[in-house]
Design a protein around this ligand. Sequence first.
Ligand code: ADP
Length: 449
Amino acid sequence: MFDKILIANRGEIALRVIRACREMGIKSVAVHSTADSDAMHVRMADEAICIGPASGTESYLNIASIIAACEVTGAQAIHPGYGFLSENAKFVQIVEDHDLTFIGPTADHIRIMGDKITAKETISALGVPCVPGSAGGVPSLAEAKRIGAEIGYPVIIKATAGGGGKGMKVAQTAADMESAFQTARAEGKSNFGNDEVYIEKYLTTPRHIEIQVFGDGKGNAVHLGERDCSLQRRHQKVFEEAPGPTITAEERAKIGKICADAVANINYIGAGTIEFLYENGEFYFIEMNTRLQVEHPVTESIFGVDLVREQIRVAEGLPMSFTQDDLEINGHSIEVRINAERLPNFAPCPGMITHFHAPGGLGVRMDSALYDGYSIPPYYDSLIGKLIVHGRDRQEALSRLNRALGELIVDGIDTTIPLFSQLLQEDDIHSGNYNIHWLEKWLEATYGA
Ligand code: ADP
């Protein structure tokens, strides 16, 4: 059993992991950059240690400093949160070489799923349906054009190493292929050091549906239903919910079992998310994330489970605390991402929080690391909080979200809070009638942005 866990992250997710540790009676160690000395995760953890200067590369991504921090504090395991080193196979290898435990999947699974071409090959061989497209990498423009003609336009060219919406370009027609192909390659090269790309049929009106899976590393796995994350801006999620408003119990059971069986088959350990596009009743795999997702609380809300606690349990070699039969959906949950960004262009807006008030009451969860007088540093992601609501059904969850947004006060900087209050006035949001392009179109119509 672990008695001390180091959290290689910051912000709300570091607090989220500290909370699970505390409930389990495990001591927590926060690491921080010089810019984060006053951050809430530093105050909340049992111990804190500075691991470098402000820049993420020199602190939260500094593997040597993080390993040294474990040695100095006697932490036996590392929880990576999301982002930073959470999907870095090399880091996992180094953690294991130092006889520490990485709370997450193996280096091999991270490597397989981190390369989208290999991930697609592996997942498809396990019986999971995929988007039609090239068989593997596409080495030349001539080959790209041949494939475009074969599968039919529009197509999307994706960097195999891509992530966070980078390294993806759509070619509407054959005439766009050259520039889309070259841009996707260049983005793959400059952002991820890998210019290999592949091609997929571009689905025009899909929803983004992802399945939460969880494995014990010993051949047992379950699914925890889906999340609908169709409301996106620049391929980035802003509003997530569970269950998906359009998914039936039969569809959930069927795709959920396919996903759980696939991860059981590879002895996957810990939390994972298999992402799909969903169009005309069909699921098409796009990628697998081998970590806890930002939007995991909506799943926790409807199943009443603590996913971080489960991650820690299986990392200790314990069984999961539930079986598939124990997992029953209760009600509906929605999360909105509160970013320090100025509308309408979503320009980052760091600065001093002069007043913060979190909403409360039945069915309201606010995950954030904000406090009065806190200065948001300009060096990191603009996500500063997540407001999660739970209701007996979708309608109640939406009303509760509206009520909670009205109580939430973040003064001193601009945030995305007004965006959600506005979205809640739209009929399409209430009827659940949207796909992955809806938000971009709405932003354009509303703000011309
Ligand atoms: P990333 O790793 O950058 O998040 P993903 O492969 O998960 O990239 O895709 C992110 C988003 O891009 C999806 O949620 C969807 O909005 C869009 N997308 C990806 N592949 C396709 C496709 N074949 N057709 C249409 N949209 C796509």
